[in-house]
Design a protein around this ligand. Structure first.
Ligand SMILES: Nc1nc2c(ncn2[C@@H]2O[C@H](COP(=O)(O)OP(=O)(O)OP(=O)(O)O)[C@@H](O)[C@H]2O)c(=O)[nH]1
Ligand SMILES: [Mg+2]
Length: 272
């Protein structure tokens, strides 16, 4: 474990047998303390390859979905004592060698969350992203920036890192089992006034990689609009959504023999 805490990589996997090995091999092993693979009911050799690589493997008894997969990833990473959790999709669409850049803002104490932004790294359409996905990404990002009052280049990347404190504060277990999980957890971070940093990362769309279909992406888009509506009503005080409140706010530590400084997110008046 480095001086700046335990770094745990989580890989949400669903039929990732063709890309898991190369994704793992590209990780800067000297910076990573543990790699957790959560298999979401794959029908290919994903589990066998994860075992061959000696990775920490958790297996869902059936396919629950990308969001459900992340819930298990983050719960097990926290259980493993992670100080920083990095999600790297095992379909090799994101470059694992960029992990140092992704975790640096959290290690420096400048951010609670880091997004690997594909739209800061040149033309994603040239990198293979279907044009309709690019248009959808830009339109949704514009609306999310409007509602969250932020200026992020994109929200839809699968390459992201979280501090332990932030993952402990957000109620991610309440989130969807589907793709919109990725936006719900950002809404939770924004609701707690978490600090989000962006790092440019290129993407790749190759035949071995998995990608959300047009139908999945359309459902995802409408679910985001619904989420933004809820968020606005919560922010206005019309609704009071447990999902957007800090878990840290529910209790106050009376005594700690850990001696380390506990940064409490959302407690004592900071955030909603
Ligand atoms: N599609 C899908 N992926 C899952 C599921 N469970 C886990 N995953 C994993 O979740 C990650 C993201 O799913 P992808 O299908 O690659 O979607 P994506 O790359 O985020 O989609 P785009 O960025 O829109 O191209 C991949 O690493 C999958 O292996 C599931 O039920 N369906
Ligand atoms: Mg993918």
């Amino acid at each position: 474990m480095g001086a700046q805490g335990k770094v745990v990589v989580v890989m949400p996997a669903y039929n990732a047998a063709r890309t898991l090995r190369m994704t793992y091999a590209a990780l800067p092993q000297h910076l990573v303390d543990l790699v957790i693979v959560v298999d979401d009911g794959s029908t290919d050799q994903t589990r066998e390859i994860a075992c061959e690589l000696g990775l920490e493997l958790f297996v869902h008894d059936r396919n629950y979905g990308y969001g459900a997969n992340q819930k298990t990833c983050y719960r097990e990473a926290l259980n493993a004592g992670a100080d920083i959790v990095v999600m790297v999709h095992p379909d090799y669409q994101y470059d694992p060698t960029l992990l140092p850049e992704i975790i640096a803002p959290i290690q420096a104490g400048d951010a609670d969350v880091v997004l690997g932004s594909r739209l800061l790294a040149g033309s994603v359409v040239d990198q293979g992203m279907p044009w309709w996905k690019f248009v959808g990404n830009k339109a949704l990002t514009y609306m999310e920036n409007l509602v969250f009052q932020l200026h992020l280049a994109e929200y839809h990347t699968g390459y992201r890192a979280f501090s332990r404190q932030m993952l402990e504060a957000v109620n991610f277990q309440m989130n969807s089992d589907n793709f919109v999980f990725d936006q719900e957890i950002i809404a939770q971070v924004v609701a707690l006034r978490g600090r989000i940093a962006e790092v440019p990362v290129p993407t790749r769309y190759m035949k071995e990689a998995s990608s959300a279909s047009f139908i999945q992406s359309t459902v995802y888009g409408f679910e985001i609009l619904w989420l933004l509506g809820k968020y606005v009503l919560h922010r206005m005080g019309v609704l009071s959504l447990k999902q957007l409140k800090s878990l840290h706010r529910r209790y106050t530590p009376q005594a700690s023999n850990r001696g380390d400084r506990i940064r409490r997110i959302g407690a004592g008046g900071r955030g909603l």
